[in-house]
Design a protein around this ligand. Sequence first.
Ligand SMILES: [Zn+2]
Length: 287
Amino acid sequence: MEWLAARTHDGAEPIGWGELRDFTLAGKSLPLKDRVKGIWKPAGFSAALSITTTYRPEGSERPYDDGVYDHDFLLRYKWNGTDPAEATNRALRAAMEQRVPLIWFVGVAKGLFQPHFPVYVVGEEPTAHQFLVSADAAALGGDSPFEEQLRRYADVTAKHRLFQGIFRSQVLRAYSERCAVCNLGHLPLLDAAHIIPDRDEQGIASVVNGMAMCKIHHAAFDSNLLGVRPDLVVQIRADLLHEIDGPMLRYGLQEMHGRPLMSVPRMRSLRPREDLLEKAWERFKAG
Ligand SMILES: [Zn+2]
């Protein structure tokens, strides 16, 4: 996990299957996940080491509708099949009993995974064939009402972080790591902007509610200095167009007015959803 933390900036950046396969510890090969199976227990381990959620190219459906994102504050991970005694299910149950930390790999593209660690298996729902996973070790023990509250809060923030990390990776990849407005292609200067803010009910952490934007254009978009028309043409707030100032205003904002977005996902299903764009466009006009 230390290696993974260094390699992925604490789980902020995704990592490729090749690197996970080729990982070695003390000179010995120790793949960090299986190529196919979701639950991975390396030979000689007493419990599972990692779990993987496979990448699913998304259409307009909300990601994680498969039960991962549920009404309470824990994440769900499905059994392998329906047999509780199946070997990998037993390995994951062992991780719960031994209270050992695991790595959760969430596929964000083919062969590319966003790692979340440590996570803990804190319970099981046998009738639904699934385990309960928490990103917080505190969920393992203690049952006073106070601890219960604390756990809930920790899980909400951990889950929020988790989904925002996945959102960022998916959006930046969909836009080939370029600002939709100006095409800037330097990762440290790029954000995944929400079309509808995530505090709003419609502000889903889905690639169809996102656009990759550089820091300036992201901030301009959020503060309604820059809008994106539903036909994907950039508009700059009228009063800014007549202002005279330095090169950032002139080239960075004024010259973007009336231009189509420079970077748009090739796959139609990854492009901004029209109703979300419409709503953001109304907000811009009102602003
Ligand atoms: Zn930009």
